[in-house]
Design a protein around this ligand. Sequence first.
Ligand code: FA5
Length: 341
Amino acid sequence: MLSQLSALRAEALDQLRQAANLTALDEWHSAVLGRKGSLTALLGTVGTLPREERPAFGQAANQLKRELETAYDAQAIALKEQALKQALQRESVDVTLPGRPGQPGRLHLSTQTLRDIARIFGLMGFQIYRAREVETDEMNFQMLNIPPHHPARDMQDTLYTTPPNVLLRTHTSPGQIHAMRQYCPQPIRVILPGLVFRNEQVTARSEFMFHQVEGLAVGKHITLADLKGVFSEFARMMYGDARRVRFRGSYFPFTEPSIEVDMDCMLCEGKGCRVCKYTGWLEISGAGMVHPVVLRNGGYDPDVFTGFAFGMGVERPAMLKYGIDDIRYFFSNDIRFLEQF
Ligand code: FA5
């Protein structure tokens, strides 16, 4: 019987050394020390021995049990340490690698340009007036002296939300009527920035959605000279001290007289280049004296009040300033474009 014990010992210790992971170790434990394990089975046979051999066998078997349990515990600790070491190696972090820089957010170029424009007009006493993007046909056209079937409507093919009367504004000019009706009979000096929408072919120069900044001044002694002064100052502050502006006759149904404001080309200093189509001048805004009919629609008596208005794009001037050759970059959400500004 004692020789059986020593054979079991040799075999069990050998198998224990071969248990390469915790699962194998568990299996070894139930095969040797478990309720149906080999040592437990051998202990169960003690009753079959002659009485005088029993104490020596029992003692030897219990000693072996303790020895195997100690060996099992040591092997379990070793295997756990090994597993932990492997996990640490797998998940190790190389603290000497350079960090990955965070990507801070920034303002969109249109927003930056809008803020530049608002800041400059703010210094000249203009407040910001926010008007709605969804308009009625009456406000977008009729109140601005553009009756149904007027040929000027062809300039701005329209996107309707509920045809035929509710639409996405095609310009910021309907805001003039809202501002006048709110402030009348006070004098007004506001700019109206925002998105406008036109159902037109998208090209490198034209988007179907873009920003405009409308300007409106109404008072008792406002003349075209005020408009000229405001624009000369605006061009100088926005594009540099050396800028000059000029005015050309034009036509808008809601202004009389109507003008187009040009600025000498900042890229060629007025000498003529591809951007200014070799004229030396760049168009920056439509403008004019508010038409008497429009003043009356806003609640003002055109015999007492006069006013000037202007409407300029935001993306096109930004394209000129930063040398961007395609307006479609603005709203295509390409991070490589956006992070340059
Ligand atoms: C108007 O929209 C008039 N409401 C401006 C106005 C206001 C005149 C008040 C007189 C008094 P126009 O259609 O030209 O005018 O547009 C004004 C500016 O918007 C243009 O100079 C241009 O910078 C910009 N713009 C026009 N169409 C587009 C387009 N498709 N894509 C990008 N910018 C555009």
